[in-house]
Write a protein that binds this ligand. Structure first.
Ligand code: PCA
Length: 215
């Protein structure tokens, strides 16, 4: 099995992005799983172009994109990506799309094809706080998740894909009182569990445990 895992470069005034930091700390092989790690720019169209080039050259079975969600306290596998770019802040080269469809010929939304429930379950069993998220927002993280799933529907039908948001790490919250964070080592451990669980469930249905929310 081959897994392509991506992080993003820093954005929004932060001096690091824990997603690329943790993704790039992963080994090249885990339990016979070949891992390719790349850092994507936090730029709408450039990120998806680079993702597609890497899918072409590496031919992964699974694509896992990872990004920072400052303010969240848990590892949150995203359930759904929507066909909209709506930038709260400009991306790293100044693009600020408002209500633009990502793909004119795409569905309104795509669900993650990673085993998000099994991932949450495995992480919590390993004492790493995790929960499903039902929105990846409308910035570059939603964009890359949508594009990964669009490509898996249109061009690479055997690929499973999805997106994981991670919290800030400690260095980022020193000047942000009461802001949640997670240890870098725990995030790296979480990514290893996410890779292994995605491989273990490649040919299986996700587990049926609730990830529902009231609102
Ligand atoms: N997080 C941003 C984009 C890059 C990142 O790491 C997001 O949640 O959209």
């Amino acid at each position: 099995m081959r897994v392509l895992i991506t992080g993003f470069d820093k954005f929004g005034g932060e001096s690091i992005n824990p997603s690329s930091l943790c993704v790039n700390s992963l080994p090249d092989v885990i339990d016979n799983i070949e891992i390719k790690k790349i850092t994507l720019p936090t730029v709408f169209k450039d990120s998806s172009r680079i993702l597609e080039e890497n899918i072409d050259s590496f031919s992964p079975n699974i694509v896992i994109c990872v990004g920072q969600a400052g303010g969240r306290s848990k590892i949150t596998p995203e359930r759904i990506a929507i066909n909209i770019d709506d930038a709260r802040i400009p991306d790293n080269i100044g693009n600020s799309p408002i209500d633009e469809a990502i793909r004119k010929d795409g569905e309104n939304a795509y669900f993650s094809t990673l085993p998000i429930k099994a991932i949450v379950d495995e992480l919590n069993k390993n004492n790493i706080p995790s929960a499903i998220s039902n929105t990846a927002g409308t910035f570059v993280c939603n964009h890359i998740m949508y594009e990964a799933l669009y490509l898996s529907k249109k061009k690479y039908p055997n690929i499973k894909a999805g997106f994981i948001h991670i919290p800030y790490i400690k260095e980022q919250v020193i000047d942000k009182p009461n802001m949640p964070f997670m240890k870098k080592e725990d995030i790296i451990q979480a990514l290893k569990i996410i890779i292994k669980t995605s491989v273990n469930y490649f040919d299986k249905e996700d587990t049926k445990i609730t990830g529902g929310l009231e609102h």
